[in-house]
Design a protein around this ligand. Structure first.
Ligand code: UD1
Length: 342
């Protein structure tokens, strides 16, 4: 019988790509998503790519009673991958209570369910934001956790702490936290991808929306950083590569290969790219000219952050493989697909 994995937030951006990779590897998947930031049609994209349908339950995992009922119905879950959370940095500054409430209560409900209904493994969707402005580059997993610069970032730090404390007194449980750098791109089929609601905050969706004519021009936030061209540096990782790391993590736990009951890994490419390098790479990959202008720095942005990938490469046995050009082209193909569908 196939192993069954619960994916919370499975119709979201990273969640949907992970569901595809799980199903490609022979797992059965049940998704819980309240569709607050995604669409049900994503399930059709997943089915078209994989030739199978994921089970789908629409509700909010902050609703403990509803979640408990779910655990009673789906008696034999082998693992959980937990994506469902709010993720907009700026919004979290304006609505901190909403972020703490949603991102922490959902996690606690899930952990409670794991204990009560004997689900042993969880992969947690964390972020490089836990490192803040790092003292040393590339950033290793041993880099100190810095004071969070937003309630969103704080929820990721607190979540990791909550998991650590609960794992330490429940020896049957194991967790892996995956600290993502900057996920971008879409599935090569262009059947699933990122669906930002309103004006995108993140760089690549803003670029593709500008190239297709929805936005007038890209604003490059700052050209006075201490970097080669003055714009800020990030580690942009293909979402399919990222999704695969979740499957590897689930298998690692199922095959009892973990070195400790709570592990964490950086997921990046190990290569930093500046905003202007991304603009150039996009123009080259898509064959489109991009209108942009330099403006002041965005509050809260760090100058430079990219991953040391050695630990993930050697210990997890996972490596990002898809090139930046191919990734930007996939983002562009996805943008064209969704605009055509409208
Ligand atoms: C942020 C969070 C990260 C979170 C991610 C998802 C921090 C430090 N990072 O990443 O934890 O997981 O969002 O929402 O809080 N840029 C422009 N113009 C734009 C948009 C972005 O120049 O219109 C620049 C930014 O200044 C930055 C880079 O592009 O230098 C990447 O920005 P973005 O895609 O928003 O991601 P982060 O801020 O790195």
């Amino acid at each position: 019988m196939n192993k069954l994995v619960l994916v919370t937030g499975g119709t979201g951006y990273i969640g949907s790509h992970t569901v595809v990779e799980l199903m490609n590897e022979g797992f059965d998947v049940v998704i819980i998503d309240n569709l607050s930031n995604s669409e049900k049609s994503v399930l059709n994209g997943i089915a078209e790519i994989t030739g199978r349908r994921a089970y789908f339950e629409q509700f909010d995992i902050c609703d403990k009673e509803r979640l408990d009922n779910f655990f009673k119905v789906y008696k034999k879950l082998d693992a959980i991958i937990h994506f469902a959370a709010y993720k907009a940095v700026g919004e979290s500054v304006e609505k901190p209570l909403m972020y703490y409430q949603n991102n922490l209560v959902s996690l606690m409900n899930l952990l409670n369910g794991m204990i009560e209904y004997d689900v042993p493994y969880i992969v947690f969707s964390s972020s490089c934001t836990v490192y803040g402005e790092p003292d040393e580059l590339p950033v290793t997993e041993q880099a100190p956790i810095k004071l969070a610069n937003s309630p969103y970032g704080n929820t990721k730090q607190i979540s990791e702490e909550i998991i650590k404390d609960i794992i330490s007194v429940n020896p049957n449980l194991k967790a892996i936290a995956l600290r993502y750098f900057n996920p971008i791109g879409a599935h090569p089929s262009a059947l699933i991808g990122e669906l930002p609601i309103g004006v995108p905050n993140n760089l690549v969706p803003f670029i593709t929306q500008t190239a297709i004519g929805i936005r007038e021009e890209l604003k490059v936030f700052g050209d006075d950083y201490n970097t080669s061209d003055g714009s800020a540096i990030r580690d942009y990782i293909n979402v399919v590569d990222l999704a695969k790391a979740h499957v590897v993590s689930v298998k690692r736990m199922l095959e009892d290969k973990c070195k400790s009951n709570f592990e964490f890994f950086n997921l990046g490419t190990g290569k930093g790219s500046s905003v202007l390098e991304i603009v150039n790479a996009f123009e080259k990959a898509a064959g489109e000219k991009l209108k942009y202008k330099i403006v002041g720095r965005r509050a809260g942005d760090v100058e430079s952050v990219y991953a040391d990938t050695k630990f993930a490469n050697e210990e997890l046995g996972w490596k990002a493989e898809i090139s930046l050009e191919e990734t930007l082209l996939s983002a562009w193909n996805w943008e064209k697909y969704i605009q055509n569908k409208k």
